[in-house]
Design a protein around this ligand. Sequence first.
Ligand SMILES: [Zn+2]
Ligand SMILES: [Zn+2]
Length: 345
Amino acid sequence: MLAYTYIEHGRFGLLDKPKPELKDSRDAIVRMTLGSICTSDLHIKHGSVPRAVPGITVGHEMVGVVEQVGSRVTSVKPGDRVTVNVETFCGECFFCQHGYVNNCTDVNGGWALGCRIDGGQAEYVRVPYADRGLNRIPDSVSDEQALFVGDVLATGFWAARISEISGDDTVLVIGAGPTGICTLLCVMLKKPKRIIVCEKSSERIRFIREHYPDVLVTEPEECKEFVLRNSDHGGADVVLEVAGAGDTFRLAWECARPNAVVTVVALYDNPQILPLPDMYGKNLTFKTGGVDGCDCAEILRLIEAGKIDTTPLITHRFPLTKIEEAYRVFENRLDGVIKVAIAGK
Ligand SMILES: [Zn+2]
Ligand SMILES: [Zn+2]
């Protein structure tokens, strides 16, 4: 089968590999019908994910059809259309039991697919703990509608969930890339009084204005001023930092009012400084880290009910055989790309 593979630092290639087989009674084999490319895939390509092993098939954002299941898999069966979770989790350890599935202590716990074990930019993928990692897609939900459930949308949903947003709040979302937009959609579900998005790319600003006209938009240089003018208590009540640029962490806490929640979703290339003397007395609460992707069933229900729609994010479509071209467009941010969809066989 075709499998897009991490060959060496800076190089991926579409190789012919054997179709994966069940290795454990809780595994499933899924035929990929639609996949996507994530910025994390690019991080692997450029060597900033040391855990990623050369030779692995990359890709961790996909939906597909269950082809085969192990004897202990009960929640899905061959023929089911499913979303695949970016995270592998056992459901039984201390962290899983508390909903912190990102910290699952299983040997494959956390981000394994397309990083430490073969992923889904391929015709088939083996999914461990299939009862946890796969969610059935309702009949009325298309593959394109479900494509981001297991990764970027799960991240946005989790970020909005932990940010303690209320109806009186002014919420600032920094960054309108794919994860930023997914975060925005999930913040919108909480119906805060006001949402401000800070973004520097004019293409992405245009996208936000076109699709979400009720959202206020500002650019990084004016952000602090803009938030002050458009909030009730001297800053945003909640800030979600999804940009991960050089100065956006500082911007996030500077735009927060005293006693605000600042949720850091972004993954930075460099260490960030927490200048405690400068923020003394602001009494901020910081929440940080990686998604606990355990809300996929609920996210699918919200999509089915028409409450979340991420299909506008799919700006480009390619078959698996043209994945090289899909990467070129996504990596170089050509032609206004936000997300690509890669069709399997
Ligand atoms: Zn990802
Ligand atoms: Zn676990």
